[in-house]
Design a protein around this ligand. Structure first.
Ligand SMILES: [Cu+2]
Length: 287
């Protein structure tokens, strides 16, 4: 049953935030990976809608490594044509199995469909998430793993917190996660006690949120709260809606851009209480 919920609800790995407020921002409504047919969304599975993530070297050395991979279609051939989303053909998230070392990068593709990107890897098992939309269709979140040799130094998940400090910024999270129910999450950015109101667009939005569950590294369903009648404001608030498929601890990674640099604020958020997760009516899926 849980897998069915996952398949139905986990379309969004990346979601852009709509700023809250009336100020006119320089960008339009953000895009989000929320429109994928449920049957094509099965985060956590290696194959999805017939597509497979083919990691070319699953055992890179620790340090700065170039990860290389291909997206193979149902016919086994590498996909070379993609549809841009959030300004990129393909988004790669890498995180160690203890949810440390989060990286969100944009690989380059060679003509033969081989993607490469530099990652900084410490010993341990790493989860790769490739978020992409082949031109032929299908909004994918393909996963794979890397095993990096060396002494693994697992880090405990930081305790739940609604405040994150990063690069001199303070980000405050308002909202809770309730298993099986949509919840609003608002992030507010300030620096030295002053709200930041001149966030810079990053990948077509003012904020991007990636969320993973402790343990199985499953994704949380996240999408921006959109109001088509109001242009997004460049801070200080970024709003998302999220549905936690089941109880557990989630690590949220919020990317935002300010001062010509991208900053990532991370939060541990427990999802407790609420209704037991169940498969929503009307969410068909391919099993
Ligand atoms: Cu990206």
């Amino acid at each position: 049953m849980r897998l069915a919920v996952v398949a139905a609800g986990l379309g969004a790995v990346f979601a852009g935030a709509v700023g809250v407020g009336a100020a006119v921002g320089p960008i339009g409504a953000p895009e989000a990976h929320t429109s994928a047919p449920a049957a094509q969304v099965a985060a956590g599975a290696e194959a999805e809608a017939g597509y497979v993530l083919d990691v070319l070297d699953e055992r890179p050395a620790p340090g700065t490594a170039t990860v290389a991979f291909r997206v193979l279609g149902a016919d086994g051939a590498p996909v070379t044509a993609y549809t841009e989303d959030h300004g990129e053909d393909l988004h790669l998230v890498a995180v160690r199995s203890d949810l440390a070392g989060y990286q969100h990068v944009h690989p380059e593709m060679a003509a033969d469909g081989t993607w490469t990107a530099p990652l900084t890897l410490t010993p341990g098992s790493w989860r790769l998430v490739v978020d992409t939309t082949p031109a032929a269709g299908g909004d994918l979140a393909l996963t794979g793993d890397l095993q990096v040799a060396g002494p693994y130094d697992p880090q405990p998940l930081p305790g739940p917190s609604t405040v994150a400090e990063v690069d001199g910024y303070t980000v405050v999270l308002t909202g809770d996660l309730t298993p099986g129910a949509a919840s609003g999450l608002t992030f507010s950015v300030s620096r030295d006690g002053v709200p930041v109101t001149d966030l810079q667009p990053y990948l077509g939005a003012y904020g991007h949120l990636v969320a993973l569950r402790e343990g199985d590294l499953e994704y949380l369903h996240v999408h921006p709260v959109e109001d088509d009648s109001v242009a997004p404001a460049p801070g200080p608030h970024m709003e998302f809606a999220a549905t936690a498929p089941s109880a557990g601890s989630y690590r949220l990674f919020l990317d935002f851009r300010h001062g010509d640099a991208v900053h990532t604020a991370a939060f541990t958020v427990p999802a407790t209480g609420g209704a037991a997760p169940d498969e929503p009516a009307g969410h068909g899926h391919g099993g």
